[in-house]
Design a protein around this ligand. Structure first.
Ligand SMILES: *Cc1c(COP(=O)(O)O)cnc(C)c1O
Length: 397
C-alpha cells in the first residue's frame, strides 16, 4: 500500500525483533560488540548488517534517517538516503566537504541564513573553496555565470529566505544545473518536505536544520542531508564520519518524536501565518508584509508553483522608527523574543538589533532589513489570540 506523507511521518518505523519495542529506544552507547571476530569482520566490511561505533551510525539515529529518506524522496523513483548530523550548519559543511575540494567553487545567493553565509565566507574560503554570491532569482544571469566559470561544482540555494522570505525558482535552477553538469543543493528548513518537494524538481541534495520545524519543539539541535543513490550516501557518510558531525541517540530520539506531528503542525502554522499576514497587511501601522502567501509578494507566483502552502514564517515592517519596533517587541505578549524558529509557540526576532547587528547599515537596508523589520515564526496557538494581541500591540504604538 502506498502511504501518504502524513502517514509516513506518524508511523513508527523502528523494528527490533528481540525486544518488540514499539517506539524507538534511545541507544545510549558509544560502541557495539560482536560475538566473534568473524562477526566483527563481517560488520566492518559491510557483509553483515550491524553497528560499529556511534560516530559511524546508531540504531536510534538510523530509524529517523530512514524516515527522513522516505519522506524527502516521496514522489521520486530513485532510492534516497538520509544522514543525520549534529546541526543544520554541520549538515552544510559535511555536504560541501563531501563534494568540493580546494580550487572548486560554490555558486549561491545573497540572503542565505546568516550562519550559512558566515560558514561559507569564513571556513570554506579558508579551505580554498571559492564562494560566488549572485541573485539566483535571475536565471539568465545565473546561466551566464555557470557558462563562464568552470570551477563551479555546486549550486546552493535556500527558499524562502530569511528574514525577507525571498523565493527562488527551484525547478529552474535544477534545470540550469543539470544542463551544465553541476549538482544542486537546497536548504529546505523553512518549508520541509511537507510543503515543498525539491527532489521532484530535480534537486540532488536537500539539507535541513532539523532543529526547526522537523523537531518543532525547540529542544534539540540536529541537521540532515538527504541524497539520491548509495554511492552519494557513501561519500557523504564518509565526510560525516571523519569530520565527526554525526548526531547522537538522544537528539535523534527527540527529532523522531517531533516529526510524527509535522503535518498537523505545519497545517496550523500555515493557516495562522496566512491570517496574521492578512491582518498585518491591512494594518495602518504596518508598511510592508513579507509572506509568500500574499498575492502582492514578489515571489508569490513561483511559490504557488513549488509550495503546497506558504509556511509559518513571515516578516513585517513597522511604519515608524527603531523605537516603535522595539516597543512592539517588548509589548507583544504572544511572541517570545528568541533567535530560533519553527517551534510550536510564536517567536519574534528583530534582525536589526540581533541577527544582523554586525552588518553595515547600508547593506542591511539594501537587502530589506530596515530598523522596523520584525520576523515572526508563527506558532500553532489559537489564531484569535494571535490576531488580537498583534493588532492591539500595533494600535498602542
Ligand atoms: C537555523 C538554520 C540553519 C542552521 O541550523 P542549526 O541547526 O542552527 O545549525 C540553517 N538554515 C536555516 C534556514 C536555518 O533556519
Amino acid at each position: 500500500m502506498k502511504k501518504s506523507l502524513e502517514t509516513l511521518c506518524v508511523k513508527e518505523n523502528y523494528t527490533d525483533a528481540k525486544t518488540q519495542s514499539h517506539v524507538a529506544p534511545i541507544h545510549a552507547t558509544s560502541a557495539f560488540t560482536y560475538s566473534s571476530i568473524q562477526d566483527s569482520i563481517d560488520v566492518f566490511t559491510g557483509k553483515a548488517e550491524g553497528h560499529v561505533y556511534t560516530r559511524y551510525g546508531n540504531p536510534t539515529i538510523q530509524a529517523i534517517e530512514k524516515k527522513l529518506a522516505a519522506c524527502e524522496g516521496y514522489g521520486i523513483n530513485e532510492e534516497t538516503y538520509a544522514l543525520l548530523t549534529n546541526s543544520g550548519l554541520s549538515a552544510i559543511s559535511t555536504l560541501v566537504f563531501a563534494l568540493c575540494k580546494q580550487g572548486d567553487a560554490v555558486l549561491t545567493q545573497h540572503g542565505l541564513y546568516g550562519g550559512t553565509t558566515e560558514l561559507m565566507k569564513k571556513q570554506f574560503e579558508k579551505a580554498g573553496i571559492d564562494i560566488i554570491f549572485t541573485d539566483l532569482k535571475d536565471l539568465d544571469a545565473t546561466a551566464d555565470i555557470l557558462k563562464k566559470n568552470g570551477k563551479i561544482k555546486l549550486i546552493y540555494m535556500e527558499t524562502p529566505t530569511n528574514p525577507t522570505l525571498d523565493i527562488v525558482d527551484i525547478r529552474g535552477l535544477a534545470q540550469l544545473g543539470h544542463a551544465a553538469g553541476i549538482e544542486t543543493a537546497i536548504d529546505n528548513t523553512f518549508s520541509t518536505f511537507y510543503l515543498q518537494e525539491p527532489m521532484t524538481h530535480g534537486i540532488d541534495y536537500v539539507i535541513y536544520s532539523a532543529t526547526k520545524y522537523l523537531n518543532g519543539h525547540g529542544n534539540a539541535l540536529t541537521g540532515a542531508i538527504i541524497c539520491k543513490g548509495a554511492e552519494s550516501r557513501m561519500k557523504i557518510w564518509e565526510s560525516m564520519k571523519l569530520l565527526g558531525t554525526n548526531s547522537n541517540a538522544w537528539e535523534a530520539w527527540l527529532l523522531s518524536n517531533g516529526i510524527k506531528t509535522l503535518a498537523l503542525r505545519m497545517d496550523k502554522h500555515c493557516a495562522n501565518a496566512q491570517s496574521l499576514a492578512e491582518l498585518l497587511n491591512n494594518h495602518s501601522k504596518v508598511k510592508k508584509v513579507n509572506y509568500p502567501g500574499l498575492e502582492n509578494h514578489v515571489g508569490h507566483s513561483i511559490a504557488k508553483k513549488q509550495m503546497k502552502k506558504y509556511g509559518g514564517m513571515l516578516s513585517f515592517e513597522i511604519d515608524g522608527k527603531l523605537e516603535d519596533a522595539i516597543r512592539f517587541m517588548d509589548n507583544c505578549q504572544m511572541g517570545s523574543i528568541t533567535a530560533t524558529l519553527g517551534n510550536v509557540d510564536t517567536l519574534l526576532l528583530h534582525p536589526a538589533t540581533s541577527s544582523h547587528l554586525n552588518i553595515p547599515e547600508d547593506i542591511r537596508q539594501r537587502v530589506g532589513i530596515s530598523d522596523g523589520l520584525i520576523r515572526v515564526s508563527v506558532g500553532i496557538e489559537n489564531v484569535d489570540d494571535l490576531l488580537s494581541d498583534f493588532s492591539a500591540t500595533l494600535d498602542a504604538l
